[in-house]
Design a protein around this ligand. Sequence first.
Ligand code: COA
Length: 260
Amino acid sequence: MAFRNLEITHRSAVHTIIVNRPDKLNALNRETLNELTIAFAQAAQDDGVRVVVLAGAGEKAFVAGADIAEMNGYTPTQALAFSRTGQRLMSSIERLGKPVIARVQGFALGGGMELAMACHFRVASEKAKFGQPEINLGLIPGFGGTQRLLRLAGRGAALELCLTGATISAQRAYELGIVTRVVAPDALDEAVVALADQLANAAPLAAAGILDAVLSGGEAAIDQGLEFETQGFALAFSTEDMREGTSAFLERRKATFVGR
Ligand code: COA
C-alpha cells in the first residue's frame, strides 16, 4: 500500500522504513502512527524480511516527537486513544520477532526517543540528540518512555531525563546505555548497513528465540526467564537451521540459514 508519511525500501532481506515528514522534523501525528503500525505488521508477516531499519527523513531529525500541533487540541479521551495507539505500535516493534535497528542521525526527542527505544538497536551519529522533553509542555511521555527508559538505563537516568526534559548528546546516551553505537555522521550508513547485513545473515528462528527470551525474561523472575530460555533452546533443535549451523561448523564451511 502507498503511505503518505512513510517511505519503504527493501534491499535483500533488509527492510527500511523511513518516517517522511521532514518539514515537521518527522513528528508523529495520528496518521503516521497508523501507517507505522501497518508497515511493521507487513514487515512481521513477510518471510523475506529478516531485519528492519527504522529511520527519519532529512538530516535534522530521526523523529522530533509526537505532533505537538495535533496534541494541542486533544481532549483527554483523544489523548488516551493517541497514547494507546503509540504504546501498541512501540510494543509491536519490540515484539516484531525480527531485529529492528533505529538509525538516528539527528533529534530523537519525546515520541522519537520512545520510538528509538522500542527498537532493539540504536545506531547514532555523533550529531544525534536524545531527550524526553514532555515536561516542558506540561506533559509526561505517553508512548512507553517512562517504562522503556527505566528498563534500559535505570531509575536514575529515567527520572533525570524525564524530570529535567534535558536534551543529551549521543555520546552521553551511549554512556547511559541507551545507544548501542555512536559513529561519525558520515560513517552512520555504513555502520547501519554492516549491522543489518550481519543480522540478516543470522538464523532467523534463533534470532526470534533470543528476542523472545530476553524481552520476556526482562519482565519475569529469573526462574521463569530461565524457563523461557530452555523452551527456546529446545525448540531450536526442531529447525533445519540448527542442523545446518552445527553441520557447517563441523564441516568447516559457512552456514546458510533458511528460516526453517
Ligand atoms: N510536533 C509538531 N511539529 C514539530 C515538532 C513536534 N514535535 N517538532 C518540530 N516541529 C515542527 C516545527 O513546528 C516547525 O514547523 P513550521 O516550520 O511549520 O513552523 C518545523 O518542525 C521545524 O522545527 P523548528 O522548531 O523550527 O526547528 P528548530 O531547529 O528551531 O528546533 C527542535 C528543533 C527539535 C529543538 C524543536 O523543533 C523542538 O523543540 N521540537 C519539539 C520537541 C518536543 O518537545 N518533542 C516532544 C513532543 S511530546
